[in-house]
Ligand binder design. Sequence first.
Ligand SMILES: [Cu+2]
Length: 207
Amino acid sequence: MSHPDNSNMSSLTRALSTPLAQFVDSLPLPRRLIAADHEGRLVVRLRPGEHRFHRDLPPSRIWGYDGTVPGPTIETERGHPKYEVWRLINLTGDTHPIHLHLDPFQIVSRRAMRYQVPEGGIQDVELTASVTLEPDPEDELQHTIDDNERGLKDTIRVNPHEIVEIAVRFTNYSGRYMYHCHILEHEDRDMMRPFVTMPPELMPFMA
Ligand SMILES: [Cu+2]
């Protein structure tokens, strides 16, 4: 666990002792990622980063897509909706049922992997680990797809020592949605992330 340095702390205390001025920051414009420029195959990683939520507050450490808030805008062509493939990598010793809001998805693969987390590799917002696509010698689990997992799903089990790939297509609604672990204690204790979908009509305003 790391602690904010003292100068950050005192400017935070100063900022919080008076109400923050409203609507003084311009809206952040996310970076555009155009699927067609990458042969329809984009990779966006969750990374730690910094974001200043208000001009009078010091930067906060965040987890964000590409380490930014909001994450990049992903642009696809009208009439050519793209599937997104999400790769869920479990670096813990527990099985997590991961639940995605808004649209159903299909499991593409479930693969065994082994991983190494270096000393200090998992902190409050930072994560360093190396993943190898081969079974861990101690792992006796069969990493196969069950018959009842082959249809459209809204929750998928991700076992320890496992990478699960799911394909999802967001088509119906725009707004702010969530994906999270469906174990109550886990979802209430940070295993929950937002994502935003929007129609092409709104895209020009994001450029
Ligand atoms: Cu969980």
